[in-house]
Unconditional design. Structure first.
Length: 269
């Protein structure tokens, strides 16, 4: 009787061990869902069925270093925060600006990019030369972006917001708006590839922001991601990708961006 009980216990332990090993194996092989924006050249965009852009290739390098399997989930920018918070995606890399309001609810990686806002207007527009000339003008930007937040603080401005920045560019082309305020590299990409000489960037770049990978609080990925960001910075991958997509070497590497952000936080506190 005792022998039979011991045999049953042994079988039970083997079953539990098998299930545990199987579930562990599944966890290791499970792909995480990474949210990106559908249409924000040159950062993330969809061309045919292929995902392209600086952040797409940067994430591919980060994921390889961190040994993370993943699948892309492309969506509108306004859906990204909600999708991360709800768990529909595990992470997002799509020009997500680090802000105190977002940090209260989300977890951010170390910064990997610094950007600012710029003003785009028609080539024949002589009235708008910079930020001070936007009062009483109709200005287009993207919903929920830091460009929208900044534009909201300009006195007398008339904001028209869009889910997709390409629609803002189209309305500038149709003369439905006087100018566009948006991320400087996106505007530069538009000027080089789609403007046909009909538009110009005016004024200085303003409102510098840091971009980071975003996830829910208490996630299991950020440690690996931060180490991978350091690794791709050291081995030359980051500089090569930056130069490929933006035509010049980065003014600051991620390590410097992290140092600057930590100094800003210390100064604010």
């Amino acid at each position: 009787m005792n022998i039979r009980v011991r045999s049953m216990q042994g079988i039970t332990l083997l079953v539990v061990l098998f299930v545990t090993l199987a579930s562990t194996g599944c966890a290791k092989n499970e792909s995480i869902k990474v949210g990106i924006e559908k249409n924000n050249r040159p950062f993330t965009y969809t061309e045919g069925e292929e995902q392209k852009g600086f952040e797409v290739e940067l994430w591919q390098a980060i994921a390889k270093k961190a040994k993370l399997k993943y699948e892309w989930v492309a969506m509108e920018y306004g859906e990204l925060n909600k999708s991360v918070k709800s768990g529909d995606v595990d992470l997002a890399i799509a020009g997500m600006t680090v802000t105190n309001a977002r940090k209260n609810k989300l977890d951010y990686s170390d910064p990997y990019f610094q950007s600012g806002e710029a003003i785009l207007t028609a080539s024949d527009n002589v009235a708008i030369k910079g930020q001070d000339d936007l009062a009483q003008k109709v200005v287009a930007t993207r919903n929920g972006s830091t460009a929208y937040q900044f534009a909201s603080e300009i006195q007398g401005i008339k904001i028209r917001s869009y889910a997709n920045i390409s629609d803002a560019y189209d309305d500038l082309k149709n003369k439905s708006v006087d100018a566009v305020i948006f991320e400087e590299h996106s505007i530069q990409d538009y000027l080089q590839n789609s403007a046909d000489g009909k538009f110009k960037k005016v004024g200085e770049v303003f409102n510098k922001d840091s971009y980071a990978v975003v996830a829910k609080k208490r996630n299991m990925y950020m440690g690996k991601i931060n180490k991978a960001i350091i690794a791709v910075s050291k081995d030359g991958t980051y500089e090569a990708l930056y130069t490929k997509w933006f035509g010049s070497k980065p003014e600051k590497m991620p390590k410097e961006l992290k140092h600057d952000m930590e100094k800003d936080i210390e100064h604010e506190s």
